[in-house]
Design a protein around this ligand. Structure first.
Ligand code: CTP
Ligand code: MG
Length: 258
């Protein structure tokens, strides 16, 4: 494959407040990591999947990846196709093959991304970084990020316009002004980059001791003076952070299966 997706799932989920780490919390019977991987496995092209998990959850992560992988396998690959000319071509849509690597996470998200990058196969030239906590992200958004990185050679991040009116305030709570909403975007993951850009930006930030100063990969790449652009995000790519977010995800799935 030429594309890798690093799925960061090594956080504790302190704001969600469950005993188990957030990526292993169940959402309608399936862990968030399972749901996040489902979308990655539904991408159009073959990708290397790198799951970054807490050190004491590596076996769980492997088991979840294996079960997602099994669900996405061709229904029956052992039966040879019927001997018609059409069937002997590649007209049978077999799912593209996936390579899954499980890596132990770090103390911060950026550490975890860093560790994930250490597992990239030599053939990879585009890297997506995705939060396992964005468990309902549609596969098409991942495909769109890959396509945009390919066509522009830039870093690409999905973002949504803000709906609320945004105020700049003082510590006292006093209003200082209204921010021009048209200049703002609420950004999501997957964030995609040419491999060399992400690697250079990480190396630079690590060297300058600024790895922790950034809350996403785009900030790190932009800080290195490299181009990053926003494409249209997706409402379902929201991050499950609080118990209310998990309830919202439950409600969305419930409505979809009702
Ligand atoms: N993450 C990670 N390694 C860390 C911290 C975060 O891989 N050391 C991952 C999380 O697993 C999550 C994503 O980064 O998929 C986004 O982070 P966030 O939503 O903040 O998750 P947590 O850090 O787990 O949650 P909290 O901040 O509430 O503790
Ligand atoms: Mg966090």
């Amino acid at each position: 494959p030429s594309v890798a997706v690093i799925v960061v799932a090594a956080g504790s989920g302190s704001r969600l407040g469950h005993v188990e780490p957030k990526a292993f919390v169940l959402l309608q019977m399936r862990p968030l990591l399972d749901r996040a991987l489902d979308s990655i496995f539904a991408m159009r092209e073959a990708v290397q999947v790198i799951v970054v998990a807490p050190i004491d959850r590596l076996m769980d992560a492997r088991r979840i990846a294996a079960s997602v992988s099994a669900r996405h396998e061709a229904p029956d690959t052992t039966t040879p196709p019927p001997p018609s000319p059409a069937a002997t071509s590649t007209s049978i849509a077999a799912p593209p093959s996936r390579t899954v690597t499980i890596i132990e996470g770090g103390r911060t998200r950026q550490d975890s991304v860093d560790r994930g990058m250490s597992a990239l196969m030599p053939s990879i030239d585009i890297v997506l970084v995705h939060d396992a906590a964005r468990a309902l992200t549609p596969a098409v958004l991942c495909d769109e990020v890959v396509a945009a990185v390919r066509s522009t050679g830039h870093g690409i991040i999905p973002g949504l316009p803000l709906v609320d009116t945004i105020k700049r305030i003082a510590h006292s709570g006093a209003i200082l002004g209204t921010v021009d909403r048209s200049e703002l975007s609420a950004v999501q993951t997957p964030q995609g980059f040419p491999r060399s850009m992400l690697a250079d930006a990480h190396a630079r930030a690590a060297q300058n001791g600024r790895l922790e100063a950034h809350t996403d990969d785009a900030a790190l790449v932009a800080d290195a003076g490299l181009p990053v652009s926003v494409i249209a995000g997706h409402p379902l790519a929201f991050k499950i952070t609080t118990p209310e977010d998990l309830e919202r995800a439950e409600a969305i799935l419930h409505a979809a299966t009702a």
